[in-house]
Design a protein around this ligand. Structure first.
Ligand SMILES: [Zn+2]
Length: 182
């Protein structure tokens, strides 16, 4: 009986171990060229100072510029359905910019597979390009993330991301444009 019990416990232990391993986030692109990424990030951040000047537009102006879905997510802090966007599974190398004002927000080298169906990054391309707020839309406090220049809602940031930051920037595909870089 004792033998059976310890055998059972061992099985539970192994299964738990396997599960925890399979949940470890993986970098979306295993061939990430860090040197290229570094150059790309430096370029995106170079001389950006002045361009961080706030962009303010009326609701009508944003409506005229954005698609209905973009307006709903970017200006009304909506959320696209998971696994429906065109960037959650994008593994190409390049920069993710704000879909409303083109400010560089994330780099592909910090994108990882979170399994959520939304593009997930462990850090922004530049902390100054991201604004943070809190919301209670789901009945509990979440840390909202938006573009620092135009205020466009991007998504939320959670504390269950991978190293080195431990953060998970959970971003709507529709809030981003992707600029490929080979
Ligand atoms: Zn923006």
């Amino acid at each position: 009986m004792l033998k059976l019990f310890s055998g059972l416990m061992f099985t539970v232990f192994v299964v738990t171990l396997l599960l925890s391993c399979s949940q470890n986030p993986k970098v979306a692109n295993s061939k990430v060229d860090l040197q290229k990424a570094e150059v790309r990030i430096a370029k995106a951040n170079a001389g950006i100072g002045d361009t961080l000047k706030k962009i303010v537009k009326t609701k009508e102006e944003w409506k005229a510029q954005l698609t209905n879905e973009e307006f709903y997510v970017l200006r009304e802090a909506g959320t696209e359905r998971s696994f429906t966007g065109d960037l959650w599974d994008n593994k190409d190398e390049g920069i993710y910019t704000c879909a409303a004002c083109d400010l560089p927000l994330f780099d592909s080298s910090t994108k990882y597979k979170s399994g959520t169906g939304w593009p997930s990054f462990y850090q922004p391309i530049n902390e100054n390009h991201i604004g943070k707020d809190t919301d209670q839309n789901l009945g509990y406090t979440r840390n909202e993330v938006h573009c620092a220049r135009c205020g466009g809602h991007q998504g939320h940031v959670f504390n269950d991301g991978p190293k080195p930051t431990g953060l998970r920037y959970c971003i709507n595909s529709v809030s981003l444009n992707f600029v490929e870089h080979r």
